[in-house]
Design a protein around this ligand. Sequence first.
Ligand SMILES: [Zn+2]
Ligand SMILES: [Zn+2]
Length: 283
Amino acid sequence: MPLGVHTSIAGGISNSIDRIEDLGCDAMQIFARNPRSWSSRPIPKSEVDLFRAKRLKAGIWPVAIHTTYLINLCAPDTAVFDRSVALFKAELRTAEDLGADYLVTHLGSPFDMGTDFALKRIGSALKEALDSGLGKKTMILLENTAGSGYGFGSDLKDVGRIMDNAALDGLDIGFCLDTCHAFAAGYPMTGPGEVALLLETVDREAGLKRLKLIHLNDSKGGLNSRLDRHQHIGEGEIGLAGFKALLASPGVRQVPMILETPKKSEKDDPRNIRIVRRILGAR
Ligand SMILES: [Zn+2]
Ligand SMILES: [Zn+2]
């Protein structure tokens, strides 16, 4: 099972490959640009080429790009929606240029416009991306969210419906399960029974076959707290028993895992990786 971390692109996007190699990982996730900026400036070709060459040499799979946080694929405001779709398409283009396998995105917020509005809006955003010829080389993955405020996508059923609707338009979209977000949104996973039920739910609502990536994060907030606060593996409310149960589940055995755990010190990533490897070794 490939394991990696979300890492920085400071100093140039290809530097992220060096960081992943230093950590001894075989999978990775990055932001391709500042996650809090609307800028859609393309990455210089020399950097793109260097990234591709280093990635090939390092044998990293998969490479996931996480979209910027400003994108709101179900914004009720037309100007914000249009800007979001344009930036989403730019992100997808960049991901394809870089040879990324996945583009992970949150779904945004319809504010008080409700579920049907959100489903329609997101559907049209995805269709626009498809119609522009994108989304074939890099697969779009929808990430479940913690469900704070009006944030959309905390209910796995809604995520599944978007993928179903997109499939009708000929767009093959996958799912990225964030464990912290799922727990905060009310899906228990603290032991084998809870995890089995969670994976049954994932299969029924979204389809285990579409589960392409797992964001492995413990949760600072409790079950159904709606708090999007990641914690080190085993030190949060999900706890070691939950991760042991998840990593031992046959349904996720082949699914690549990315850690998005806190990075307060340089030792944090190596420690979380070590803990996950220890669990994987013991299963
Ligand atoms: Zn995310
Ligand atoms: Zn995540």
